[in-house]
Ligand binder design. Structure first.
Ligand SMILES: Cc1cc2nc3c(=O)[nH]c(=O)nc-3n(C[C@H](O)[C@H](O)[C@H](O)COP(=O)(O)OP(=O)(O)OC[C@H]3O[C@@H](n4cnc5c(N)ncnc54)[C@H](O)[C@@H]3O)c2cc1C
Length: 390
């Protein structure tokens, strides 16, 4: 395959080249500042599989029809090119950290001086048999990438109009709760048949969270008739059935896979040092522990000084440090350490304009919690959408 690969370095030898892999939450501020890199004479290339980046915090709300897809996305290609960078719609499949080259699915090669990964995470689909034909997977949707939720919403609306159906959400964490709550909202707004919604939560729904949060969600979902099954893990998912490890099985018409996320597999195939979760192992400077020209942020890293939850909050907090360190590395200046900061505000959107908010030991639920989330999320995305208009 390497023989077919074209090296796309351009005048790489003259201009230092920064390659950004993925335009996710941790690269937003770097993208906003591409003009500064270009002014200094650096070449910037952003490689991402999609022209837009969808803000995950508003993804379940888009599924529930609270937000239009355009309202929750950032036009990565437009921003990159208007600020003087190069946008490549492709997927990085591997890098050679010794030769300092990134290889893509379209068999292109990008030599770099400094590279930063913000390639996110994926939902493992191990319980869906590989032998299933594509047509038999058409009603099985992972909750990431967020774009898939848009597709899922369209299919669900058709189903709700057609018949009383059963929607299964496999997984027992926050994304499962948010997706189930917003499927319920979508069904009510569609004014078709109301579906049966079941969450397959393993042994304990929202196990990582305090009882105060669990009980609030149980109570909201009980009122809505959303069933939470905590009888054990799901072993197999097919288009028509959910089968538990115990052998017990349930009919289904549509499945969301919300089993938690794993970092991109790029680091394993590239032979880069990783953490126990196979995320890129980085030091306090968000820099690879073995290759000083490689940086990373968001769900795809393993932050060696202190393992971090896979939440957008950390990806967002990493932005200014990544921007500073990428520029400093190119300039030959000292790097800045990343401080993950205090406990973060967590708000779940449960659909029906209801939320649950947690900050430290403080928990409250209801409409106000949803309104706070809605305000923060809209403000966040508006800030980045404003760059598109510059
Ligand atoms: C349903 C759901 C709701 C959530 N809600 C919240 C919330 O309310 N608050 C919160 O803090 N967290 C939330 N999270 C967690 C949050 O999604 C992640 O922590 C966040 O997306 C991490 O940001 P990221 O930029 O690292 O990854 P991503 O958002 O996944 O972005 C990664 C980017 O990299 C690109 N990419 C992937 N592979 C490649 C490749 N090989 N080459 C090039 N580009 C690539 C992708 O296209 C994508 O644009 C939620 C997660 C889910 C699933």
């Amino acid at each position: 395959m390497n023989a077919k690969i074209n090296a796309l370095g351009g005048n790489h030898r003259m201009r230092k080249h920064l390659v950004l892999v993925g335009g996710g939450h941790a690269h937003m501020v770097t993208l906003e500042n591409i003009g500064r890199f270009v002014e200094k004479g650096y070449k910037v290339t952003v490689i991402a599989p999609s022209f837009h980046h969808y803000y995950s915090g508003m993804g379940p709300g888009m599924l529930g029809n609270t937000y239009a897809p355009e309202a929750i996305r950032f036009d990565t290609k437009h921003v990159v090119t208007s600020l003087g960078g190069i946008f490549v719609k492709d997927r990085v499949v591997r890098i050679d950290p010794d030769k300092k080259i990134a290889y893509t699915q379209a068999e292109k090669a990008f030599p770099y001086d400094v590279l930063s990964f913000n390639a996110g995470s994926y939902v493992p689909m191990d319980s869906v048999p590989e032998a299933l034909e594509n047509k038999d997977k058409e009603n099985i949707f992972p909750v990431k990438p967020i774009e898939r939720l848009m597709e899922a919403a369209e299919k669900l609306k058709g189903l709700f109009r057609e018949k009383v159906c059963t929607i299964s959400v496999v997984g027992g964490g926050p994304s499962s709760a948010e997706v189930a709550g917003n499927v319920w909202q979508l069904a009510r707004l569609t004014k078709g048949h109301l579906p049966k919604i079941r969450i397959f939560a393993g042994k304990k729904f929202m196990a990582r969270f305090p009882e105060s949060i669990r009980q609030r969600i149980f109570s909201v979902f009980h009122t809505r008739g959303i069933e939470i099954i905590q009888e054990g893990y799901v072993k197999t998912v097919t288009r028509e059935r959910i089968i538990l490890e115990s052998g017990k099985s349930f009919d289904t018409d549509f499945v969301f896979m919300a089993l938690g996320v794993k970092p991109s597999t790029l680091f394993e195939v590239s032979g880069l040092p990783m953490g126990p979760d196979k995320g890129l192992r980085v030091n306090q400077y968000l820099q690879s522990v073995a290759y000083p020209d490689i940086f990373g942020g968001g769900d795809c890293i393993y932050f060696e000084p202190q393992p971090l939850d896979k939440v957008g909050v950390y990806a967002v907090r990493e932005n200014p440090v990544l921007l500073h360190n990428l520029m400093a590395k190119l300039d030959g200046r000292p790097l800045e350490p990343f401080d993950p900061g205090p406990d973060y505000l967590l708000i779940f959107n449960l659909g029906g304009k209801t939320g649950i908010l947690r900050k430290n030991k403080w928990v409250f639920g209801g409409r106000l919690a949803f309104m706070v989330k809605d305000y923060i999320d809209r403000k966040f995305i508006r800030r980045f959408q404003a760059i598109e208009k510059n």
